[in-house]
Each structure stands twice: as C-alpha cells, then as structure tokens.
Design a protein around this ligand. Structure first.
Ligand SMILES: Cc1cc2nc3c(=O)[nH]c(=O)nc-3n(C[C@H](O)[C@H](O)[C@H](O)COP(=O)(O)OP(=O)(O)OC[C@H]3O[C@@H](n4cnc5c(N)ncnc54)[C@H](O)[C@@H]3O)c2cc1C
Length: 481
C-alpha cells in the first residue's frame, strides 16, 4: 500500500489510448513523483451518444493493451464504471485521496457534454484543494486559437485552413516521446477498481478485431505504411472506394491510439517538410487533417451543434419526413440504389465506410428520402468504429446543407452518377451486394430487375426537385422573416 501522502499524479485516460505523444501522461511522468492512470466507463454517455458496440470493443481491447504497456512503466491503470457522468467528480476525488494523488491531468475533449463533465470535475477538485491540468492532444491547434482579423471563428474551411497552416508551421512539430518509467515503489495501488471483464459486463460489444487490431503499435505501423507509399496517390485515388487508397486511420485517431500530430509529422517527413507544395497526395492528406481540426473547433465555437440543432438555425424549420420504413431500408442497405446499398452494408460489416460513400449515403437520406439528418447522424454513431462527434456531426450537417461551409442545397449528388464515376467497374458494389454479382458493368449502377434485389425506392430526379423547391421556400421565408 502506498502512503496516503499526496505525492502522485492521477492521469484520467479517455480517447487518448496511447503512451507516445500523450501530453497528459508525458507531463505527469516527467514530474517523477509516480503516476496512477484511470479510465471511467460511463453508462449514460454510451447510451446518450449511441456509442457503437464495435467501438466499445475497440476501447476494451485498447485498455487491455494500455494496462500492459503502462505496467511496464510502473504506472497502474484503475478501471471504474459509473451510471451517470455526475458521479465522476466524486469517484475521481476518492481515488486520488485513496491513492495519494495531489493532481489530476487529462487531455481535453471538445463536445459540450464532455466539456461540461470536465468542468464539473475541475471545479470539484478545485473546491477540495486538489490541482488539475488540461492538455490538448486531440487537435493540432487548440480550439479558440484560429481566428480571423476580427477575432472571430472561421466558418469557411479554405480561410480556416490558410490561417491554420500559417499558425501550425510556427509550432515545434515534435511529438512527445514515451512517458518516463516511474519509481517502482510508486507503481502500486491499494484498489485497482474493476477487472476489464467486469468493466464491460452487460455492455453490448461487437468484435471486429480481425479488421481493426487494437493498439498504438498497429496504428503507427498503418501510418508508416501509408506515408511510405499510398499517400503519394492519395489525391488521385482517395475517392475510389474499391481501392485501398486512404489511410484507414480514423478508428485509431478516434480512440486516440494515434495523435493528429503524429500523422502530420509523418506526412511532412514524406514531403521533405513542405506543407502546401511538393507531393499533391501529401498536401491533400494534410487538408483532411485540417478538416478534422476544423470540425473540432466548430463544436467549441458553435456549441449549438452539440444540442441536436443545425448550425444554420433557419434550416431547423425544414419539413423532414418521418418514415420509419424508408429509414430502415436505408439502414439495411435495401434501397435499390446499388452504391448506397453497398456502402450501408460496408458500414454494417466493417464498422467503417469510405468518405465518398458517407457523403453519398448522407445526401441520399437527407435530399432524396428527405429524412432528418439527425437520424442518420445517430445511426452512424451507433455503427461506426471511428465514431467521432465532431467529424460525424460536421459530415452530416455538410450533407444536409445545414452546417458551416456546407454543400449548397441545390448541389445534390446523383448517387448513380457518383457510382459511375467513382466505382466505374462496379467492383465495390459487387463486393458488398452479392445479388448483383452477375450484372454487367454497364448496368451495375442502375440494374434491370434482379431476383432478390429491390427496385429503386425513390425517383431520384423527382425527389431532388422537390427538395430543392422546399429549400427555396425555406430560404425565401427566412430572408423575409
Ligand atoms: C456523413 C459523414 C460522417 C462522418 N463521420 C465521421 C466520424 O464519425 N468519424 C470520423 O473520424 N470521420 C467521419 N467522417 C469523415 C471521413 O469520412 C472519415 O474520417 C474518413 O472516411 C476516414 O477514413 P480514413 O481514415 O481512411 O481517412 P483519410 O482519407 O486517410 O484521412 C485521414 C484522417 O483525416 C480525418 N478526416 C478525413 N476526412 C475528414 C472529414 N471530412 N472530416 C473530418 N475529419 C476527416 C480522419 O481523422 C481521417 O482518419 C464523416 C464524413 C461524413 C461525410
């Protein structure tokens, strides 16, 4: 048993499941006073945020790895479970008292629920004469820092990106190394909390370990492999779902077994340190990392998006259709539009979907079926192993034309044209929709009747026209009002 003297630092792990480039862990370990790590599973957050069973299992597997990796550095990992987020302040304070920790360190998370949770913990610690320190690891530039000439947040991505690059290139882009090994005598806890099995008891889990092995070694090797080759063709091939042309790092970034800074430094070193020239593949990929930061900033600058509301307030009056049967057909991948069905089945099978397809299916749901984007947003979170509030909300509000720098309401993707362009030989469709395996390449995007495969559930042209008219009415009435 460790003395109850306050001598150690408590590090609260959340979506930062890695040892390297983890500022909270690194800085706590540098103090050399001993570190205790803790993870808190919150049942209420799982329910409210519709966390996918595949993502929960991914978290579970990461925790197992973290327990081993941290133990090698004499850092014990305590596992706790709470029903409600409101219990967390008390649980963390009790733990810090019991295990002799004078301070709490954690890396920031930006959606409103998480910010409120962390504020409550910080206040509670402050009220009980304990310190806390918040670090930023989830983004390359922390929210609140990237501002236009008037000191306001950017709403247009290209302007944000220009300023972001100016600022980021001034930073020392050197990721933190491994946290220091702690004194062995300080590497014990009197109560390790729950076992990993009991932590997840009764929680619905989906094992996708064959597709998505856990851990930071896996994440770093995927990054190295991508930066070593495919990144160069990223610009020309990233929209082709049948190709393995994107990094597939999103699950690792979401759970935090990889940091965006590690991604950026790998990209820069593949491009001789150049940010916006050199390999077009690399600079295009860097842009995606900026999109990632952009949406994290949006959640802080415009917290209305965290309240199930559109960023463009007037679009809340849009007459979304409430049709459960249509929604279910979309969810199951039985719409009769091959590219949409292949994409939705990719999501069900793998917990992941290619970016071009996310845009196609989100537009189809919101613009052709006219079903509320919030239902699609929630369904994605309930299925995605890379579910991330900021990126998902940003993607849905972009597709529904309700968000910041969103797709204009009149620019509606035609899924058949998209399919012809981005899956020209139908390879992706055939992989996920076996009913269409024998249909010719010429017909695969819009097949003739095929036994066992449904006819298109909606007239693409007519529904597109109707949606545009409804948006025009909405904009007309909002500009009059
Ligand atoms: C409707 C919709 C929902 C989405 N939901 C999520 C989500 O829940 N989680 C998530 O991580 N991404 C989401 N995205 C963004 C994007 O589709 C995925 O990040 C990307 O497909 C992941 O594949 P990758 O790792 O191979 O990406 P790459 O193309 O290799 O890109 C590298 C990284 O950049 C980031 N990134 C890329 N594109 C975007 C983008 N448009 N917005 C924000 N970050 C981006 C991701 O972290 C990604 O891993 C969504 C997009 C849309 C249109």
């Amino acid at each position: 048993m460790v003395s109850s003297e306050n001598q150690r630092i408590l590090v609260w792990l959340r979506n930062d499941m890695r040892l390297r480039d983890n500022p909270a862990l690194y800085n706590a370990a540098e103090a050399g006073e001993g570190v205790v790590a803790v993870y808190v599973l919150c049942e209420d957050f799982i329910e409210r945020h519709s966390t996918a069973p595949s993502r929960l299992d991914f978290i579970r597997r990461h925790l197992r790895q973290m327990q081993t990796d941290l133990a090698e550095r004499n850092i014990p990992l305590v596992l706790l479970r709470v029903r409600r987020a409101g219990e967390i302040p008390h649980q963390l304070l009790s733990l810090s008292r019991r295990e002799g920790c004078h301070s709490l360190y954690f890396n920031a998370e930006y959606p409103l629920d998480e910010l409120n949770r962390d504020r409550a913990v910080a206040e509670y610690f402050h009220d009980h004469d304990r310190h806390y320190k918040r670090f930023h690891d989830r983004v390359i530039l922390p929210p609140g820092k990237v501002r236009n000439g008037q000191g306001e947040p950017y709403q247009v991505f290209t302007a944000f990106k220009r300023r972001w690059i100016q600022m980021a290139r001034e930073l020392p882009m050197v990721p933190h190394g491994l946290p220091a090994v702690q004194p062995k005598a300080l590497g014990q806890v009197s109560d390790a909390g729950m076992t990993l099995d009991s932590l997840f008891r009764g929680v619905h889990l989906k094992d996708l370990s064959a597709l998505w092995p856990a851990g930071e070694e896996e994440a770093l090797s995927r990054l190295a492999e991508f930066a070593d080759g495919p990144i160069r063709d990223y610009k020309s091939k990233r929209d082709l779902p049948a190709e393995a042309a994107t990094s597939t790092l999103s699950p690792y970034l979401a759970v935090g077994s990889l940091s965006p800074r590690q991604c950026l430094t790998a990209a820069l070193s593949a491009n001789e340190g150049r940010w916006d020239e050199g390999s077009e593949g690399v600079t295009t990929w860097i842009s995606e990392l900026v999109w990632r930061d952009f949406y994290q900033h949006v959640t802080v600058d415009f917290p209305v998006v965290c309240k199930h509301k559109p960023l463009q307030g007037h679009t809340d009056a849009f007459p979304w259709r409430d049709d459960e049967e249509d929604f279910n057909r979309w969810r199951r991948g039985e719409t009769g539009i091959p590219i949409v069905d292949a994409a939705m089945r990719q999501l069900l099978d793998t917990g992941w979907m290619h970016n071009r397809l996310r845009m196609i299916v989100a537009m189809f749901l919101t613009k052709n079926l006219r079903i509320d984007w919030r239902l699609g947003e929630r369904w994605f979170m309930s299925q995605l192993i890379d579910g991330d509030f900021a990126a998902n909300n940003g993607g849905w509000q972009w597709s529904a034309s309700t968000g910041t720098d969103a797709a204009p309401y009149f620019r509606i993707f035609n899924p058949v044209t998209q399919s012809e362009r981005f899956d020209p030989d139908g390879r992706f469709i055939r992989k996920y929709v076996p009913e269409l395996a024998r249909v010719s390449t010429r017909q695969i995007h819009q097949p003739p009747p095929v036994p066992g495969y449904p006819a298109p559930m909606v007239d693409l042209k007519a529904s597109r026209k109707e949606t545009i008219a409804l948006f025009q009415q909405l904009n007309g009435s909002s500009s009059k009002g």
